[in-house]
Design a protein around this ligand. Sequence first.
Ligand code: SAM
Ligand code: SF4
Length: 317
Amino acid sequence: MKDRFGREITYLRMSVTELCNLRCRYCMPAEGICKRSHDEMLSQEETLLALRVAAELGVRKLRVTGGEPLVKPNILDICAGAAQIPGIEEICLTTNGILLPGLAKPLKQAGVSRLNISLDTLDERKYAWMTRVGALDMALKGIEAALDAGFEHTKLNAVLIGGWNDDEIRPLAELSLRWPVDVRFIELMPMTDKAAFGPEAFIPCSRVLQALPELVSVGRSDGVARMYRLPDAQGSIGLISPLSAHFCASCNRLRLLADGRVKPCLHSALEFPVKGLDYEGMRRQFLAACAAKPERHEELSYTQRSGANRSMNRIGG
Ligand code: SAM
Ligand code: SF4
């Protein structure tokens, strides 16, 4: 499926739940979110039907996300079902890592090819503060479980927050010396209505280059991350700059939300529901979403907030 601007859509980011076992301040309110009734969300059968439609239309790569995908009770069945769909070549999953000690091996057996694990700090107190309910030790055990289960090319994602973790750029980057992982720094996006942080929190990825002058450029990956490497590291360092250098021109993705809405752009309120539809109905909605994909999103900044009508946990980062 090609959009109006000639971009081939081959990548689907699928949120399987809005719920989470953490409450990161840049993503969720302290009280979490209202649990919606089962009937409002896609069933497992509908999810797999939507994936068949997407694959038939040319989607080759699937990213499973949330909320926290590993709190979804049938996550292994969803991944195993997705892995059976002709055309789906790669299933990646983004997680906070907390539940990986019990789930890393079963996920691998279910057909998940790669993991992204979120880790914004290596300081126990800061981790507890940012996630409101989490413990750093559990996230680190999750990373080790992923490596033990044999996952390769695991990525650790750190959201850069000025005045909070910009003093940890070096220790976070040096995880690529200790483990065979890529460490990626991501600019904080102004997603929620109420700003969780002041303007000083939005710092560009160029701050990473200043903090690590020895980084060597090694090109780009997926058209999204600019890639670098520390000398003698096992993995690379990626910089993802949705604010300072958006990547709309090479955007190849659609999003499928847990309640069955197909979203053409993270930062737009456009949505195309597929819940309750049959194969043909879903196909029409996917094609409509593709046709409506905007050329680019508005410039984002601390004062110009995202045009998305939902917070990140409800879209799927
Ligand atoms: N719960 C999983 C996790 O944390 O990895 C998956 C969902 S989470 C919404 C996906 C990613 O979005 C995480 O890496 C998180 O740090 C990132 N994220 C959430 N809110 C963000 C924001 N306002 N700006 C930038 N990244 C954000
Ligand atoms: Fe949960 Fe991920 Fe959002 Fe943190 S970033 S609250 S782990 S969904």
